[in-house]
Design a binder for this molecule. Structure first.
Ligand code: IMP
Length: 202
């Protein structure tokens, strides 16, 4: 079964493809088809839908998009849907991972350890045969004050998932792909696609 994946984020492409390894479900990057998408929705659902629809309206084949973010309790849920552009100079730009981490740590410099709780949220949007469906997942943890590790992307060097004492960037892809927000949401999407796949023999 082949689907388009509407994202330009190479970290996500890598993670999502490895989450579907061995399922017979293959994603082709639709980065070129989707063009520029303004992600100005105030929910992950709206932004994931906008990305998937940007591809579907040009090429009406099954397409998946994902929107995600980091929600920090001490910052009342920020950066949330603005995670990719937290440190950006304008609404049109994304910032680098390093700039975003520095911005986050600046905002949190006076937040004590026990109040540094946070969660990652992931929402997949599937558009298939004119029907839209969403699949979500989250992972809770906390934000440390100095980046550690080199794996993953985004805020991974400062996020420690609950039950661990290492950041996602130290734990590496094998652990992250079992417990992450994206893994949770992808598992729901995978289960749904596998039922369709066996019903249609694709
Ligand atoms: P978007 O979904 O492309 O709008 O971007 C989501 C942003 O949230 C990323 O650019 C990261 O800054 C952050 N983010 C989402 N998921 C992760 C993750 O698994 N690790 C680290 N950062 C993430």
């Amino acid at each position: 079964m082949n689907l388009y994946l509407a994202t330009k984020n190479q970290g996500k492409v890598r993670e999502i493809n490895s989450l579907f390894t061995g399922t017979g479900i293959v994603f082709s990057s639709a980065a070129v088809i989707m063009g520029k998408v303004v992600e100005d929705g105030d929910t992950y659902h709206k932004n994931a839908f906008a990305k998937a629809m940007a591809v579907y309206e040009k090429m009406p084949d099954p397409v998946v998009a994902e929107d995600s973010g980091l929600e920090v309790d001490a910052l009342e849920g920020a950066p949330g849907v603005y995670s990719a552009r937290f440190a950006a100079q304008s609404d049109d730009d994304n910032a680098t991972d390093e700039e975003n981490i520095n911005e986050l740590l600046d905002f949190m410099q006076d937040v004590p350890k026990e109040m540094r709780t946070a969660k990652y949220v992931s929402v997949f949007c599937l558009i298939m045969g004119g029907t839209t469906m969403f699949f979500d997942g989250e992972v809770t943890g906390s934000i440390i004050d100095t980046p550690r590790g080199t794996s993953g992307f985004g805020y991974d060097p400062v996020f420690i998932p609950n039950g661990y004492d290492k950041t996602f960037a130290e734990l590496g892809d094998d652990v992250k792909n079992k417990i992450s927000h994206r893994a949770m949401a992808a598992r729901k999407l995978r289960d749904y696609l596998l039922t369709i796949k066996s019903a249609t023999n694709t």
